[in-house]
Design a binder for this molecule. Structure first.
Ligand SMILES: [Zn+2]
Ligand SMILES: [Zn+2]
Length: 376
């Protein structure tokens, strides 16, 4: 594939190179994003998190069609218009906005009211506080399942369910009952924040896109252009398909990242782990690292060799898959320190890679083993 990017400025050329590689590493429609995760340790978590996100998104979708068809109208007395805005609304503000919009006669909706419908739906079905709780839920549980995997080579789906059901309800409860290593506690904290950023950004981006689409749709209605109206309607509803995929990508990537990091953070120094990158459409980088055996070291280790060692928190963030970058002097090779290496978690968004433990020194029974034995 030859693409001439020599006329772009360096910044745009680098973006173009990145996006080419992101596409190569990505997951075009219909090629496996909805398949169950290959690791039984996190398979159920991924499905539960997916289902809850998709229920939120379909709530917005179902209600938006009703608003657009004016079937939400309530013939009661009109109510004053609330302030609205982008900040987080209280439950009371959500309820007042709903009442205002419901009692507003359909022929009196302004474009501002239509964008308020979108804001109201996103605030109702995807409030940031709920999304942050969802993120914590996934990060904590997937990290714990990574720790389970550090003790067990195999697990049945029923075993995974039993462990999930018996899992202490929060990070604090887990700390008290089974103890967390400082490395694992730190990974859960990072993981929760990162996942929260991703899901909150998904809701924000959807809000902007839907606001624009609803305004365009109302303009098509005002211009009495049925062809345009139909195409905008279907584009609007395609956007929900994109949201579903984005949510699923977060479920797969974050559960994998946290489980892998949780596994590495739970293993003793010197343990050996083998990378498994076997799933539909693994990218060239992941296919190349499939089967590589790495040694676990603490992140505080003074002499870390990125080619042969993994440690908690080793990621590809800020690194690139593209071997060259554009500079004012032309295309130059990236330094090894700028390139992807074998990260401890997932290698990039959509990656489904995982580890299997090939060797570790026996660790004595601890409260975590006792908890596992009781749950299984
Ligand atoms: Zn990959
Ligand atoms: Zn991968």
């Amino acid at each position: 594939m030859l693409i001439d990017i020599s006329h772009c400025c360096a910044e745009h050329a680098n973006e173009a190179i990145e996006s080419l590689f992101a596409k190569a590493a990505g997951d075009p429609p219909g090629d496996g994003i909805w398949l169950p995760h290959e690791s039984v340790f996190i398979q159920r978590l991924v499905e539960l998190f997916t289902d809850r996100g998709l229920a939120r998104i379909s709530g917005i979708q179902a209600e938006l069609s009703k608003w657009l068809e004016h079937t939400m109208h309530n013939p009661g007395p009109p109510q004053p218009k609330p302030a609205g805005g982008v900040r987080r609304w209280t439950k009371g503000e959500v309820a007042l906005t709903k009442l205002y919009l419901e009692t507003l006669p359909p022929d009196q909706f302004t474009l501002d009211d239509w964008t308020m419908v979108v804001d109201y739906l996103v605030q109702r079905y995807m409030p940031a506080e709920d999304l942050i709780e969802e993120a914590k839920w996934l990060a904590y549980r997937s990290s714990m399942m990574g720790r389970v995997q550090s003790r067990l080579d195999e697990l049945s789906a029923a075993g995974a369910d039993a462990l999930l059901a018996a899992m202490p309800a929060s990070v604090a409860a887990a700390q008290a009952k089974v103890g967390l290593t400082p490395a694992q506690a730190k990974m859960i904290e990072y993981g929760s924040l990162r996942c929260a950023e991703n899901v909150v950004a998904l809701a924000d981006e959807a809000r902007h896109a839907l606001r624009r689409m609803v305004v365009d749709y109302q303009q098509a209605l005002a211009m009495n252009d049925p062809t345009l109206r139909e195409s905008l309607w279907s584009r609007m509803f395609d956007r929900f398909g994109d949201m579903n995929r984005d949510w699923r990508r977060i479920a797969i990537t974050e559960a994998g990242e946290n489980a892998n990091q949780g596994l590495i953070a739970s293993l003793p120094e010197g343990a050996r782990v083998k990378r498994v990158e076997q799933y539909a459409n693994a990218c060239p980088f992941c296919r190349k690292i499939d089967g590589r055996v790495m040694t676990v070291v603490p992140d505080s280790s003074p002499e870390k060799d990125g080619d042969t060692m993994v440690w908690p928190g080793k990621t590809n963030i800020g690194r690139s898959a593209a071997p060259r970058k554009k500079t004012p002097e032309g295309l130059v090779d990236r330094l090894p320190s700028e390139m992807w290496w074998i990260a401890a978690g997932t290698q990039h968004p959509h990656c489904r890679g995982r580890w299997v433990v090939v060797q570790q020194d026996p660790v004595g029974d601890d409260p975590f083993d006792q908890w596992m034995a009781e749950a299984l």
